[in-house]
Design a protein around this ligand. Structure first.
Ligand code: NDP
Ligand code: MG
Length: 383
């Protein structure tokens, strides 16, 4: 039995992870966490019988605590509760499937404790890549990416790392791939929430529409595979069948192909380094017909350009990019910011940032907080 903790079990990745666990068997769920979805987490507790359940939203915590008071499991509150549960349990794998920067502290804690991490939460590695790398070197814990592109790269890379030339990240281009700047200025949250190929949580769906998602993934790839930014390419591939590629020094390109189904990279992260079968639908290339590839347009999608610039600058810029983006996406979803104002707001926050070189986790969390306040301030200044 592989003992696991699943953070963000009520989300898109979280629920699909539980589907994979049901399919594969051989896993014992020790820890579950959610933010506000009390009904679903209570159902999950009854089904998986974990040792700990953690709610990161206070009112939801009080409600779940009351409703589960007759069970023997421990109901805890907040990120502190998650950290406490990680320390108290003997785990084989942590799956970080929460959204946003809330994944930073639990992921770092697991790595420090020597627990391997299946990482869906890319914001953690964008905001705290250097700290994650440092902790990983110290404890030897492994990070197995769940993000489909990085899972694809890992699978293409495993046998022959030394000859690696470039990483090629594929991007669907999102719902507005062919929109002009004028059309982009008018898109609504409802339109942006309709992704052509993937069904995901709200934040990552908006990130996909702005192409910030691909930008975050460029930074994610830099840290996960120790590749310089110059050797990370992005290509638009509207069919989302090729999940990413690795170009070797001899000119050969290895690609990972499959249906756009997150359960496959989730399964690989759960069974790594082994590959097992499943009953999920399989790819039939003759039904797909054609696979297309185009260069990205950084003029129409400046978030991608911003992410490259920030990644190359390093220091604490990526933390600021990530936090400002989270605020901008939330403002857009509430109807308070236009689509094109998302990169504008992020850029303004980045301009105000005084970066630091040598930082610890507390410094980073302070900077994350500053960037969120600054983003709110810049939003008010936009008028
Ligand atoms: P969802 O929005 O569907 O789910 C987010 C999960 O995190 C929910 O369980 C939610 O709880 C919980 N959560 C929300 N806010 C907080 C908070 N402040 N603190 C702690 N937990 C919180 O997101 P996704 O599943 O789509 O994405 C999760 C992560 O995986 C993201 O980092 C995303 O970038 C990454 N990812 C997702 C992919 C996808 O296909 N969905 C693909 C590749 C990467 P509740 O439901 O109770 O509110
Ligand atoms: Mg991805």
């Amino acid at each position: 039995m592989k003992k696991i903790a699943l953070l963000g079990s009520t989300g898109s990745i979280g629920t699909q992870t539980l589907e994979v666990i049901d399919e594969l068997q051989g896993f014992k769920v020790q820890i579950l966490s959610a933010h506000k979805n009390t009904d679903l987490i209570i159902q999950q507790v009854h089904k998986y019988n974990p040792e700990f359940v953690i709610l990161t939203h206070w009112d939801s915590f009080k409600l779940v605590e009351e409703r589960l008071k007759d069970l023997s499991l421990k109901v805890l509150y907040g990120i502190e509760g998650i950290l406490q549960s990680l320390e108290a349990t003997d785990l084989d794998l942590l799956i970080t499937a929460v959204s946003g920067a809330s994944g930073i502290r639990p992921t770092l804690k697991a790595i420090e404790l020597g627990i391997d991490v299946a990482l869906a939460n890319k914001e953690t590695i964008v905001a705290a890549g250097e700290l994650v790398e440092r902790a990983q070197k110290k404890s030897g814990a492994k990070i197995i990416p769940v993000d489909s592109e990085h899972s694809a790269i890992m699978q293409c890379l495993e046998p022959q790392r030394q000859a690696l030339g470039k990483i090629i990240l594929t991007a669907s281009g999102g719902p507005f791939r062919n929109y002009s700047k004028e059309e982009l200025a008018k898109v609504t949250p409802k339109e942006a929430l309709k992704h052509p190929n993937w069904n995901m949580g709200k934040k990552i769906t908006i990130d996909s529409a702005t192409m910030m998602n691909k930008g975050l993934e460029v930074i994610e790839a830099h840290w996960l595979f120790s590749v310089p930014y110059e050797d990370i390419e992005v290509v638009i591939h509207p069919q989302s069948i090729v999940h990413s590629m690795v170009k070797y020094g001899d000119g050969s390109i290895l690609a990972h192909l499959g249906l756009p189904d997150m359960r496959v990279p989730i399964q690989y992260a759960l069974t790594y380094p082994n590959r097992t079968t499943n009953s999920f639908p399989k790819l039939d290339l003759t039904k797909v017909g054609k696979l297309e590839f185009f260069p990205p347009d950084m003029e129409r999608f400046p978030c991608l350009k911003l992410a490259y610039e920030v990644g190359k600058k390093g220091q604490t810029f990526p933390t600021v990019l990530n936090a400002a983006n989270e605020v901008a996406v939330e403002l857009f979803l509430q109807g308070n910011l236009t689509f094109l104002e998302i990169p504008l707001l992020i850029e303004k926050v980045l301009e105000k940032h005084n970066p630091i070189d040598d930082y610890c986790l507390d410094d980073l969390l302070e900077i994350d907080k500053w960037a969120r306040i600054e983003a709110e301030r810049q939003y008010l200044l936009l008028g």
